[in-house]
Design a protein around this ligand. Structure first.
Ligand code: NAP
Length: 320
């Protein structure tokens, strides 16, 4: 089978397509014929060797994917060959034609969704649901600012927040991105590259501030976020690429809080709840992953360059 292999940490050029043997499922394992793999920013950090925990070399990247079950090992009861599934992590990596996964890493993909959409589920919707439900304790009627709403997690967060009964405000760095944000049902879209956007967010909430801010780039925005939240407001840090300086008095004045997480640390109970909630939304059609760009598997390097550029417009996936 074809798979992307990384033999040394470095730039996008270390993502090399290779011919490797397809794995075979042991007891409790499932082999998936991957049709699309999701590309997430953290995969670029790992590839560059700049992440807290690194895989042993060589490795195949990717934790998100979708396709059909090729075969199942002894003891597997929840899926059978031919079933359409999305992957939430795998044992062998999803940037490949086949991926080996534990039975619990394989979830049903509704007929109405494409494989590319299925590859946009786990990290984006998992992070967005965890941020809203488990970290922020979001309640219907509250207002959420999705700070960085045009990318994979941002789109997922807007759809989930709307389904949960929240009012949504979003930001994007380009006019196309802001049009996408409004198209996803946000009440207003702001330009996060403009210094005036914090004041505009406050104005849009009648001066009250947002109950929740979901932050995709905390090193740039955290200090300003603390001035944009309401009394009792919560900032949830989803992404950050450096250090931030804040004034704790901004939190004190609002009895606010800042939470942060990585999806890898969710508990098994939280993970079960994420799949139950997201699976229901996918089946009902309230959640519709938005694929912005597709690259052939062999062009994984170009996909890694694209995911780190500004001007996001939904999820980037690899066709496998
Ligand atoms: P993505 O699809 O590449 O989108 C990046 C988003 O960040 C875009 O909406 C982009 O907007 C926005 N952005 C750029 N500059 C910004 C700024 N100054 N202020 C606010 N937003 C800005 O990436 P993603 O998959 O959505 O992930 C977003 C971030 O969350 C990444 O840093 C990622 O590593 C992190 N993340 C963390 C977890 C976790 O477990 N904690 C899970 C998933 C993702 P424009 O392109 O329109 O400017």
């Amino acid at each position: 089978m074809k798979a992307i292999r990384v033999r040394k940490f470095g730039g996008p050029e270390v993502l090399v397509p290779e011919e490797v043997p397809a794995p075979a499922p042991a007891a409790g394992q499932v082999l998936v014929r991957v049709r699309a793999a999701g590309v997430n920013p953290y995969e670029t950090y790992i590839r560059a060797g700049a992440y807290a925990s690194l895989p042993e070399l060589p490795y195949t990247p990717g934790s998100d994917g979708a396709g059909t079950v090729e075969s199942a090992g002894p003891g597997v009861v929840s899926v059978k060959p031919g079933d359409r599934v999305y992957l939430a992590k795998s044992l062998s990596g999803t940037y490949a034609e086949y991926a080996l996964a534990l039975e619990e890493q394989v979830h049903p993909l509704p007929e109405a969704l494409s494989f590319a959409q299925g590859a946009a589920v786990w990290v984006p919707y998992g992070a967005a649901y965890h941020a809203l439900a488990h970290q922020a304790g979001a309640r219907p009627g509250e207002t959420v600012l999705v700070h960085g709403a045009s990318g994979g997690v941002g789109v997922a967060a807007m759809q989930l927040a709307r389904a949960m009964g929240l009012a949504v405000l979003g930001t994007a760095g380009t006019p196309e991105g802001r049009a996408l944000v409004l198209g996803q049902g946000a009440r207003a879209a702001f330009d996060h590259s403009s210094p005036g956007h914090a004041a505009a967010v406050l104005e849009a909430t009648g001066g009250r501030g947002a109950d929740i801010v979901l932050e995709m780039l905390a090193n740039v925005n955290l200090a300003a976020d603390l001035k944009m939240i309401s009394e009792g407001g919560r900032v949830v840090v989803i992404g950050s690429r450096g250090e931030a300086t804040i004034n704790p008095r901004d939190l004190m004045a609002r009895r606010g809080s800042v939470r942060a997480f990585t999806l890898w640390a969710v508990t098994p109970e939280e993970e079960k709840e994420i799949h139950a909630a997201v699976g229901a939304g996918l089946a009902l059609g309230t959640l519709k992953p938005l694929v912005g760009r597709e690259f052939p598997l062999a062009d994984a390097a170009a996909a890694h360059e694209a995911v780190m550029r500004s001007g996001a417009a939904g999820k980037i996936v690899l066709a496998c």
